[in-house]
Design a protein around this ligand. Sequence first.
Ligand SMILES: NC(=O)c1ccc[n+]([C@@H]2O[C@H](COP(=O)([O-])OP(=O)(O)OC[C@H]3O[C@@H](n4cnc5c(N)ncnc54)[C@H](OP(=O)(O)O)[C@@H]3O)[C@@H](O)[C@H]2O)c1
Length: 299
Amino acid sequence: MSIKNVVLVGADGNLGPGVLQGLVETGAFNVTVFKRKSSKSKSNYPEGVQVKLLSDDFPIDELIPALQNQDAVISTVYGAQVDLQKRLADAAVKAGVQRFIPSDFGSCDSQSKRAMELAPIYVAKSQVRDYLEKLAKENSGFSWTSLVCGHFFDWDLGFFHINLEAKTFEILDDGDVYWSTSTFAQIGKATAAILQKPDETKNRFAYIQSFRINQNQLLKAFEKETGQSWNVKNYDSSDYVKERKAKADDGDKSAVEDLVWVLGTLEADWEARDGYVNDLLGLQQENLDEVVARIVKNN
Ligand SMILES: NC(=O)c1ccc[n+]([C@@H]2O[C@H](COP(=O)([O-])OP(=O)(O)OC[C@H]3O[C@@H](n4cnc5c(N)ncnc54)[C@H](OP(=O)(O)O)[C@@H]3O)[C@@H](O)[C@H]2O)c1
């Protein structure tokens, strides 16, 4: 199996640009971005990237011909878009596409029962993956890989409950639980590497990281970089989860994000996992202090 022609759907979101960059950097792929005709995003892509505009609802009768001669489809759309991804997968099978990478890219493991209980987005991700598993069983030429990266590290400090301006930092329990987390660049490299090792990455989860840290180490890195001591607030994670879950059940979206923060901080240590593939994919660990310095500079 060899993958050369790759379609990316969702190139303009938070994650999409990093994945696009990772693909282009290898020089190994012909990349086409699929997007809606009404899309307002800029299509400001690296040289050589093709764009295919489709009707807004991505109908299957347009997708099948558009996917002819493509080897892989990567979805980085918002992860709860189940129907869209199922339709893309159906069209991919019909067009003879070999690999589908769904929009998993989770802060935590979307297979986890607790993740599904706390945050509905993981139910949606699991529904897409179950569907891909079924398609792969029925069609020997078709396969999938789900990439699980931990929290996006260089995305949104607020999501980590870090306030750079006020120098405040919120810590769950004692802050000593280790978790895996990845930069956009690392996720892009990993996605490209999966497609370059299609046999080894077939029909499986791939867990990756830029580094494995705990919250105390992260706090120290920010204190070191800013040359100041920060104010810390500690939460008991069980009480916190109980309180945020009640709010989430009442429709509070920020409470859902807080629950995802907890899951990715307390239940996301990939190094000991069976599917941990940093070495297989040739990914280097990144340097925490260097990445934190870059984040502080850019914020
Ligand atoms: N691990 C973490 O910390 C973390 C954090 C956030 C997200 N995630 C996950 O990462 C993945 C990507 O999330 P994201 O935040 O990057 O998503 P996002 O910003 O919401 O992605 C939007 C992208 O999807 C495209 N899109 C949206 N609806 C579409 C449709 N109906 N048809 C075609 N294209 C459509 C948009 O196109 P236009 O711009 O053209 O409208 C845009 O390119 C998700 O699975 C999400 O759950 C993980």
